[in-house]
Design a protein around this ligand. Structure first.
Ligand code: JHZ
Length: 395
């Protein structure tokens, strides 16, 4: 595998830490490359999964209203189109706080979330979701099949690309899936990462960066067939992949169309990533220059949103509390903690409302519409938003 992108020494993307823990912070060298044969984009190292998805994993999928609506929509779709036989069964890998399965549970349909992170698993259980608090792999899949029988739907969102032991996941899916079952997963689309120069999507949790071509190759390697690829607007560009058993479903034309598009644009080529890498350096330089200019003018910039992406961008660009005194985030589990590596304090949104600086750097750029709609008072007082994706600009 050729190294294409080097984002330097980085901590864990979601390793938001307490001030007393800064001494022992874990860091690793963050690089990404493409597989020479199947073109799967992937990290070149691995932080052990127990250090990434631990009991207090701080990402709660339900904090965004847009996401809640999206996942409720997914659940309704499955209930209407896939979970229609006698006593159907759906398994979700990485069910987080139950954002999708809560609707399935309310409908009284047999389901099982597989979620190793205890606190989010407990949140989902409080919503009536049944959860197995373990990592999903071939062994877990065999256990689930023995206890519950085959699954009509196996679902995963922002999770399958996180699992470094992807081969074991695929073998597990293959053994757990019913004869006409579907394996549906939604993950940030590698084509969108490249289009947006969204280098902040690269962090320890994202072991893989899926494209239609690499998922087709993966499906075939594990005895499955890619039957649909549907683009979604979430996370700056997501793709929903549907896999079934070979010959059981007619592939949608979108599969061949995306394959051709990816070939034509050279998505699986090393040179594409080298150009991406050059654009990333430009963003770093432009962002640092802008922050320095704003400071020289006597104005202040704070951060809005503390997604895992904040970790990559602040560490790569060398942005710390001197440039950004704090970031605000509505996730209680992140408040009172520090951004990994750069140790910028994370405060609740009320800190922003009591302060209203001249500029806010929008780390949660994928939620721009939702955030800007609720923060109109900031703009009304003359505040300006700074975005760095797909390039550095001020709104
Ligand atoms: P958000 C997550 O990444 C985590 P992250 C994960 N690793 C993954 O794979 C990707 O998704 C795809 C806050 N916020 O969704 C909440 C506000 O403060 O971009 C979140 O901390 N106010 C599983 O972490 C953050 O912003 C708001 O109004 O990059 C957004 O995180 C809203 C809407 C959000 O995911």
């Amino acid at each position: 595998m050729l190294k294409s992108i080097d984002l330097g020494q980085q901590p864990r993307g979601n390793g938001f830490l307490l001030p007393r823990d800064v001494e022992n912070e874990l860091t690793f060298h963050l690089t990404m490359g493409l597989c020479g044969s199947c073109t799967m984009a992937q990290l070149q190292g691995e932080v052990p999964q127990e250090l990434r998805y631990h009991d207090s994993y701080p990402y709660h999928a339900s904090v965004s209203a847009v996401h809640r609506e999206h996942f409720e929509g997914n659940a309704r779709y499955f209930l209407e189109h896939e979970l229609t036989g006698p006593d159907p069964f759906i398994v979700e890998i990485g069910s987080n706080d139950g954002v999708m399965l809560a609707t399935i549970a309310q409908a009284g349909v047999r389901h099982l979330g597989v979620e190793p992170s205890k606190e989010v698993a407990e949140l989902s259980m409080a919503r009536g979701v049944r959860v197995l608090s373990e990592f999903f792999d071939e062994t877990t899949a065999t256990k689930i099949r023995l206890e519950h029988g085959p699954a009509d739907v196996i679902f995963g969102a922002n999770c399958i690309a996180h699992i470094a032991h992807l081969a074991s996941v695929c073998r597990g899916v293959e053994s757990l899936l019913g004869p006409d079952g579907v394996f549906v997963f939604e993950e940030p689309y590698f084509g969108a990462v490249v289009d947006n120069t969204a280098f902040d999507m690269i962090y320890d949790e994202h072991s893989f960066y899926f494209a239609v071509r690499s998922i087709k190759a993966m499906a075939e390697r594990f005895g499955l067939e890619l039957v649909n690829a549907e683009p979604l607007p979430l996370h700056g560009g997501t793709m929903r992949y549907t896999l079934g058993r070979p010959g059981m479903r007619t592939p949608a034309p979108a599969v061949a169309e995306f394959l051709e598009e990816e070939r034509a644009r050279g998505l699986g080529e090393h040179e594409t990533l080298l150009r991406f890498s050059a654009r990333v350096e430009r963003i770093r330089d432009d962002l640092n220059a802008l922050l320095a200019r704003i400071r020289a003018e006597g104005h202040r910039v704070v951060g809005y949103g503390a997604p895992a992406k904040t970790t990559t961008v602040t560490n790569y660009c060398g942005i710390g509390p001197d440039q950004i005194p704090y970031v605000v985030d509505n996730t209680p589990a992140k408040q009172g903690r520090l951004v990994p590596g750069t140790h910028i304090p994370v405060l609740p949104p009320s800190a922003f409302h009591e302060d209203y600086p001249e500029y806010a750097l929008l780390f949660a750029w994928n939620h721009a519409e939702e955030i800007m709609a609720k923060e109109t008072a900031f703009r009304d007082r003359g505040g300006r938003w700074i975005l760095y994706v797909p390039d550095v600009h001020v709104l």
